[in-house]
Ligand binder design. Sequence first.
Ligand code: GDP
Length: 322
Amino acid sequence: MGEDSHLKINAAVGDVPSINPRLRRPKRPAVNVEALAQGILAGEDRALAQGITLVESTLQKDHLLKVQLLERLLPSTGKAFRLGISGVPGVGKSTFLEHYGLHLLKNDPTAKLAVLAIDPSSTRSGGSILGDKTRMVALGQHERAFIRPTASGGTLGGVARATKEASLLAEAAGYTHILIETVGVGQSETAVSQLVDCFLFLAMPGTGDELQGIKKGIMEMADLIAINKSEGEQRPRAERSAAEIRRALQLFSGAPFDWVPPVLLVSALQSEGFEAVDEALDRFERHSRAQGWWEEKRSQQNLYWFEHQWREGLWEWAQSGP
Ligand code: GDP
């Protein structure tokens, strides 16, 4: 890893890395919400990283600051394309994010890309399947990319809420594409589907009827499915898997509007099939906007998080009493 990327990724964490856990972290300086908001609105990554650290904080004393910051930034949010990406460990999510992210930035000189993650494993163990800082090195060095490793700790709902707020901050900082990665194990997909406009599910070439662990519920959430690792001699297998998934998709009629998820073949490693992904994402956005579903989904999501916040607040309040 180059010197720069090291600096950049550490800056994105917004904190001093704890090489020796016994060393105490330096005290965080007092937060000036207005200065922080202005830094974020000016597109400063450092301010963005600090803002995200604040919204991730579970400390009572940060609560008001967090609300003030979000209120200040809310008018500057809502313009980004929010894409969720999921798939089982090893399917190639980080390879896809790195190579597709670079492809996107290359093709659109005005694009700015923020990668966030929701990792259910980090909420249980403090360890993480997704949050490895050595991933996405080239993307991490790109001046128009911002990568935020997973917030660990707390409940999945809490981490998902922090990720929602982090994505609002990234939008206010001028990021046009927010990619939210999660690991394909079930619960976290439901949370991510409440955060994004479009959900891309990555699968691998597989055999027979196993569908590579794609559970029905997850399949129903996907707006787009890409079979990764479809290069070279894997191609025929990948095509068979794609046909099988397309057949399975016909059995579901859960889509709230008439969209059949396209099943594409890609190779994240070789950057193959990305134009078809661009085309499908573009078609999805146009179609869902034309149907009024785009706005409808965002207002439903706002309602979901509003209710979620209420429940969480009540729970905290109940727990704080005798
Ligand atoms: P993640 O756990 O889903 O994030 O998966 P990774 O991105 O870490 O990839 C897991 C492994 O699959 C790594 O060894 C990658 O190099 C490899 N991989 C990812 N994408 C491709 C691909 O398109 N083709 C091939 N052959 N290997 C890939």
